[in-house]
Design a protein. Structure first.
Length: 382
């Protein structure tokens, strides 16, 4: 959180510098205009300076409260000229507020304020001051042209901001289905993304008897149950630095050691497996009984890559994936079954129980182990 906050502060500095420069420039312009006025009249000149400084100060907060600054600027400038103060052309400081308000999406208010400052002087000068219509319209066209240019610039900034928001949303969605490093590669190249990894640990988890359990609840209840459970798994995967690959029905797949390699991937997956078992045991099914999970783990080489064009999927292939899936499907309820090669990586730090050779579908008989928990004596050999 601290890093993000510092990054946001760095991004805000240029905007603050721009606003500070606008405020100083506006204040100086007001001061010069007042001193250069040939007929200073009305209230004391110091009040004119205060009014001009107020206009300048609004530039400092225009980004935070764009609509409020627009309305206050309009009222201040209107008061400034109703009191017949000498000073700057009203469209200049107001244009700053109009640009910001329009860019922030307050287009209706921006149009109302623009219409007022274009139409009100025309009405006053022609109906009250009885000035000739042609010179008045000439001045009005000048004001309208400036305001139109400002609003068009504001629209360009607003559209760019909306595009940036959409791009960030698309990137967040992409990161939901792809690892960050893979997403970056995908944006840089349209070629095939595939990598071989010689040593990773794959985990499959499946809710025991979920299909008959789901028949007794509504579709909304099924989705809510899985969403809550898998969201908890997602948090565990993030906490242990693992990469979630996918969910298939009520099955969950996660891997350690890719796309960024790490030497302790087997330990990280073992920790997640133990945490997943505890997470599931704390929840109850529609019948009121605690849920159970079967978990299978294997360690070895895999191929990883992105498939699809309109809908991307980051997936794994290889014997390690198939074996981890078999460890889960042929495991025991509430147990974590691992292969011999995963056991060899973890046996000094975790407690195991040998299950004995079992016939694994598509393979010969395999010696498997049940992960029971952490070893209180890490130097022991279990």
């Amino acid at each position: 959180m601290e890093t993000t906050s510092l990054g946001q502060q760095r991004r805000r500095v240029p905007g603050f510098v721009v606003d500070a420069g606008l405020a100083v420039a506006t204040a100086l312009a007001v001061a010069v205009a007042i001193r250069a006025s040939p007929e200073p009249s009305g209230p004391p000149e110091v009040l004119a300076y205060l009014m001009g400084s107020a206009i300048a100060a609004l530039a400092l907060v225009r980004r935070r409260w764009p609509l409020a600054v627009l309305l206050v600027s309009a009222v201040t400038l209107q008061l400034y000229y109703v009191l017949d103060f000498p000073g700057i052309f009203p469209a200049v400081p107001l244009a700053v507020a109009l640009f910001t308000a329009w860019a922030a999406g307050h287009r209706g208010w921006s149009l109302v304020v623009t219409a007022w400052f274009v139409a009100a002087p025309v009405a006053f000068r022609t109906l009250v001051a009885k000035e000739a219509l042609v010179p008045v319209l000439s001045d009005a066209v000048r004001d309208a042209a400036l305001f139109a240019a400002v609003l068009l610039l504001g629209e360009a900034v607003r559209a760019r901001a909306a595009l940036d928001v959409e791009r960030q949303r698309s990137e967040r969605l992409l990161l939901n289905v792809l690892p960050a490093s893979i997403a970056a590669r995908l944006k840089q190249s349209q070629g095939v993304i595939a990598d071989g990894f010689s040593d990773v640990t794959v985990l499959f988890a499946d809710i025991v008897n979920f299909t008959p359990l789901s028949e007794g609840i509504t579709p909304e209840g099924v989705v809510q149950l899985l969403d809550e459970l898998f969201s908890g798994f997602d948090q565990l995967a993030q906490r242990h630095g693992l990469e979630k690959i996918k969910t298939i029905g009520d099955a969950y797949m996660v891997v350690g050691g890719l796309p960024d390699s790490r030497p302790d991937h087997a330990e990280a997956v073992a920790e997640m497996a133990l945490a997943m078992r505890e997470e599931v045991a704390r929840r109850v099914g529609p019948t009121g009984r605690p849920l159970q999970v079967r978990i299978g783990i294997d360690t070895g080489p895999v191929v990883a890559g992105v498939i699809g064009r309109s809908k991307f999927s980051y997936d794994l292939w290889g014997d390690t994936v198939n074996t981890a899936s078999r460890m889960e499907s042929q495991g025991l309820p509430g147990c974590i079954q691992v292969t011999e090669r995963t056991y060899q990586r973890l046996r000094n730090r975790y407690r195991f129980q040998q299950r004995g050779p079992i016939q694994v579908r598509g393979k010969t008989a395999m010696v498997t182990y049940l992960l029971l928990g952490r070893n209180p004596d890490p130097t022991g050999d279990r």
